[in-house]
Design a protein around this ligand. Structure first.
Ligand code: ADP
Ligand code: MG
Length: 309
């Protein structure tokens, strides 16, 4: 029996989330926030946590420092059943951390990338990856050693017959110049949100139609509460979300979607059903704060969904 269903890698940080305060502090001031939470952060970490909760066997790879926050990050994802044996420690760097100042629908984020930005292709457990059917990466733009080598890495994965997915997330340098034409021939599922996809097309100076001529990558574009647009060769199909018109917040909805989608794909579901499972996980994630996983098992996922939607 195979050890894992998927290797998930990418960003790796804790979130320090401040809520319930009147306004952001100016320099020289102190403002009280009446609510605070230390939470699992990072898109890749949250995908891994959701997938393990849904029953997938997940190995997560990310870089932490040799510090308490690193231990806390590990403890968080282990508590969901994610394997952390392949995580790497970067001496001399601190575990990544984001201070999230959250007010209504808006958030001001301040991140120290630290150790997570030190992750390198050579740190990935290549032998394990070759023995594992799926690979997912999230947020390569906070990983300087990956941002220009994505086509090479995905080529290597394709050669190992791995099913691959990538969620680009926001390009923190805002160059949006990932070479999609070089990458797509080796990528199975591309999972950007609407805005990220538009910026990447502009950055590559191409249209959706151009993309359909270069590869058969399945593009699953998430469009917030509206749902999904799926693009495959010259086909396009819309899927409605299970609308939550009073979301607690939409933090992590994209990661929950990815987790639901990939878990169903691993289980051999057809594309429509995998997208449907993603939409259910995305919708459920809007019923709790931050990137928290609002279900403890597959049964709990089904029960919570049936109760709330
Ligand atoms: N208000 C909502 N109600 C129900 N589902 C939602 C809502 N917001 C997001 N989702 C689900 O989560 C998915 C991802 O959300 P989106 O905001 O596009 O991603 P990201 O978090 O990456 O920006 C959506 O395609 C949808 O299925
Ligand atoms: Mg996203």
């Amino acid at each position: 029996m195979r050890k894992f269903d998927i290797v998930v890698t990418g960003d790796c940080n804790l979130d320090l989330i401040f809520n319930q305060f009147d306004r952001l502090p100016e320099y020289g001031e102190e403002i009280i926030a009446n609510q605070f939470e230390l939470a699992l952060g990072s898109s890749a970490g949250i995908v891994a946590a959701h997938m393990a909760s849904l029953g997938a066997k997940v190995a997560y790879v990310g870089a932490i420092g040799n510090d308490n926050f690193g231990n806390q990050f590990k403890a968080f994802i282990q508590s969901y059943g994610v394997c952390t044996d392949y995580m790497v420690e970067k001496t001399g760097f601190k575990t990544g951390c984001t201070v999230v100042m959250s007010k209504d629908e808006d958030r001001a984020n301040l991140t120290h990338a630290g150790a997570m930005a030190e992750l390198r292709p050579a740190d990935l457990p290549w032998q394990l990856i070759e023995e594992t059917p799926f690979f997912h990466m999230s947020n390569p733009y906070v990983l300087p050693h990956f941002r220009n080598s994505l086509p090479d890495m995905y080529k290597k994965l394709k050669e190992a017959n791995t099913v691959t997915s990538l969620d680009p997330q926001w390009d923190v340098e805002e160059t949006w110049n990932t070479n999609l034409k070089a990458l797509f021939p080796f990528l199975d599922y591309f999972l950007p949100n609407e805005k990220e996809f538009e910026l990447l097309l502009t950055g590559n100076n191409i249209t959706t139609k151009d993309l359909s001529t270069i590869s058969s990558t399945t593009i699953i574009k998430t469009c917030g509460s509206t749902g999904i647009e799926m693009l495959q060769s010259n086909k396009s199909k819309q899927y409605n979300s299970y609308l939550n018109d009073q979301p607690v917040d939409c933090i992590g909805a994209g990661d929950a979607f990815t987790a639901g989608f990939l878990t169903a794909a691993i289980e051999g579901e057809i594309l429509d059903d995998a997208i449907d499972m993603g939409c259910k996980a995305g919708a459920l994630s809007t019923t709790t704060a931050g990137g928290k996983v609002p279900y403890s098992s597959r049964q709990d996922f089904a029960d919570s969904f049936n109760k709330l939607f």
